[in-house]
Design a protein around this ligand. Structure first.
Ligand code: NDP
Length: 344
């Protein structure tokens, strides 16, 4: 059985769940928007599926739910933010006004976030900038889960990266992907649903290729996408997200040793570019010309299109969630919360 909720109601429910479990109201609202947005956009591996991980990490004390980020004006085009061991999206929200001020002045701006946790998809971090006409890139590092090319033990993180680009009369083109063949969330979902994964996704604890998601999770490793090329990109993300921000590398993170902790203390960088400075007002039209050429040679869709389609469906019909997940969320509310005892 499924329950149907409007995105706003889901966001509100998730925010109450997070505040009940150790987050400040303001921080909970920021993270809840990201979780509910992923569920709305059909990005299941980073939606409600992550709630037990958020709760476990909050309850373990490994992440700071009441973080107050420290934003520093470091250089004419650079903002550095210490996330106070809290979620990165909260640090981004606190840094945004100064970052945009620098972007306006310089046409380019860098945000370097350290001492942060990121347990979500990256597109919510970049899409709003592109919707405002900017190019945005972001890089995040995570705990060691990926065996570098030629190795059999994990060292690099799944290290996601995202790129968002404004268009003329359409939502931004946004790609958002792990440096591994697939995100660990997809492997966890496969294990939960009893499915095998594709044969190039990971290796077991002995370094042998496996399609068993549980063997990958139990001491094995994910593989980088694109062989040695993806391995180099994963290392680049580690440098841009951790070394550049003065944050921790994935192999320095201790989250795997903390019972219940699932997000890593790591870093994130965001680079903003104003294309009108270099390319003038023609930029969105030039981009659309490229996209229509791509379509003309047989490309059926752009990155992000599947998510936008899911978003349109959710905006029209509401978000459908399994009733057992809804019951689980309600069980995390305080007894005084009316939604705990009254289902819709
Ligand atoms: P996918 O391989 O599912 O998708 C990567 C990108 O490719 C998406 O932008 C997707 O767009 C696009 N895409 C997929 N298929 C096609 C196609 N046929 N044609 C054109 N574009 C396509 O993502 P991953 O498994 O690599 O990552 C999933 C999520 O996990 C990401 O959101 C990532 O940020 C997140 N992640 C987060 C981590 C963290 O620590 N916070 C760590 C690792 C990953 P569309 O969405 O429209 O399908």
């Amino acid at each position: 059985m499924k329950i149907n909720l409007r995105t706003e109601a889901l966001e509100d429910l998730v925010a109450r769940v997070l505040t009940t479990n150790g987050m400040s109201g303001e921080n909970a609202r920021i993270v809840a928007a990201v979780v509910a947005g992923a569920e709305r956009d059909g990005a299941r591996s980073h939606g409600l599926f992550r709630i037990p991980g958020y709760i476990g990490t909050l309850r373990s004390g490994w992440v700071n739910g009441i973080s107050v980020p420290k934003v520093t004006d470091t250089a004419p085009g650079v903002v550095t933010t210490d996330a106070d061991n809290g979620y990165s999206q909260i640090a981004l929200a606190a840094s945004r006004p100064l970052l945009l001020e620098k972007l306006k002045r310089n046409g380019i701006a860098l945000l370097a976030i350290r001492n942060s946790h990121h347990f979500a998809a990256l597109w919510p971090d970049v899409e709003p900038f592109a919707a405002a006409g900017l190019l945005a890139l972001s890089f995040v590092n995570t705990r060691s889960r990926v065996a570098p090319w030629g190795a059999t033990k994990p060292l690099l993180g799944t290290n996601p990266m995202a790129f968002a680009c404004p268009r003329r009369n359409a939502p931004p083109m946004v790609w958002d992907q792990a440096s591994s063949v697939t995100a660990m969330g997809e492997v966890m979902l496969a294990a939960q649903d009893g499915h095998a994964v594709a044969k190039d996704v990971g290796i077991d604890a002995e370094g042998r290729s496996t399609t068993d998601p549980k063997a990958i999770m139990a001491g094995g490793a994910l593989l980088p996408f694109g062989g040695h090329k993806g391995s180099a990109i994963a290392a680049m993300v580690e440098i841009l997200a951790a070394a550049l921000t003065a944050g921790r590398f994935g192999f320095e993170d201790r989250s795997a040793q903390i019972f219940g902790a699932e997000s890593s203390n790591a870093g994130q960088s965001i680079i903003l570019l104003d294309p009108s400075v270099t390319a003038g007002a023609a930029f969105p039209a030039r981009v659309d010309e490229l996209f229509s050429r791509l379509m003309s040679v047989g490309v059926s869709r752009l990155p992000g299109d599947q998510r936008y389609a899911a978003r349109r469906r959710s905006e029209r019909d509401g978000v459908f969630i399994e009733s057992k997940i809804y019951d689980y969320l309600r069980s995390l509310l305080p007894p005084s919360d009316p939604e705990r005892s009254h289902a819709p």
